[in-house]
Design a protein around this ligand. Sequence first.
Ligand SMILES: NC(=O)c1ccc[n+]([C@@H]2O[C@H](COP(=O)([O-])OP(=O)(O)OC[C@H]3O[C@@H](n4cnc5c(N)ncnc54)[C@H](OP(=O)(O)O)[C@@H]3O)[C@@H](O)[C@H]2O)c1
Length: 294
Amino acid sequence: MITRPFGASGYPVAVIGQGTSGMGERRSARKDEVAALRLGLDLGLTHIDTAEMYGNGEAEEIVGEAIAGRRAEVFVTTKVLPSHASYDGTLRACEASLRRLKTNYLDLYLIHWWSERHPVADTMRAMETLVGRGLVRFLGVSNFDVAQLKAAQAALTGEPLVCNQVLYHLGARGIEGELLPYCEREGFAVVGYTPLARGGYARGVVAQIAKKYGRTPRQVVLNFLTRRPALFTIPKASRPEHLRENAAALEFTLSAEDVARIDRAFPPPRRRRSTRPRPGAAARSRPPSSRARA
Ligand SMILES: NC(=O)c1ccc[n+]([C@@H]2O[C@H](COP(=O)([O-])OP(=O)(O)OC[C@H]3O[C@@H](n4cnc5c(N)ncnc54)[C@H](OP(=O)(O)O)[C@@H]3O)[C@@H](O)[C@H]2O)c1
């Protein structure tokens, strides 16, 4: 798996990682989910993205099992819920995540989306405290638009913001108008979520291009979505064949002509669009129980 510098942190991170949304929701699937994450690590998908929200905290526990004994190979990201993102709440949420993940540090800690309840300055101050205590290496945000990024940056006193995690797939290219250029200028890694739009794009131009390279449509999609140096992606896959397919998605280079064909078939919107989360994105999982109390 190719790594590239993770924004201004310069830290090498796998361009394709592993999402965990939906994991931990069925007890019967737990063993397979741990095995999937471990296979992903074997294949070089070493950026694991999770959140206290996923599976009511259970996804973090599954990640904890998967990374046991191999912590140093993994770049672990988790996220605090906006409802927990007061100064003290962020500290408590981080400690609870660390317990579930069975690790003593996070590689990257994000606020899951903008909090209407807690000032971003309090969250950022807590995140800097966590870095100072050695519990977090890098800090970032998710689903922030440019104005929100500026507010978060202004609140930080020493640590840089290194990442914005946002929705990015062929049918959702809104970040390309204003947000991605801003992130590139500021040295943020842009981690795209839901890259496969839950399994679409198997027909038409993408399928034709895939055939030409002897690849699959989803490999073309992942390749396209990471075509710029700031871009990373975190598809979620539980099935071994999906993990293998995703891990091999950067073994070829799309020609400029094929990039242009995809651009024509899935044009980015002309209108500037916010990346603020759609309500459905947050509503897919229940908030964590008292174990993640903050
Ligand atoms: N920050 C945020 O607000 C936010 C929001 C949403 C998601 N995320 C993060 O981003 C991650 C990815 O997004 P997502 O889970 O919404 O969607 P996704 O990764 O685009 O799609 C996941 C689905 O695609 C399937 N899949 C994976 N690889 C495949 C392949 N090669 N061929 C066919 N199907 C494949 C998976 O199936 P199997 O599982 O059966 O293999 C799963 O059903 C999440 O898991 C989460 O960590 C963050």
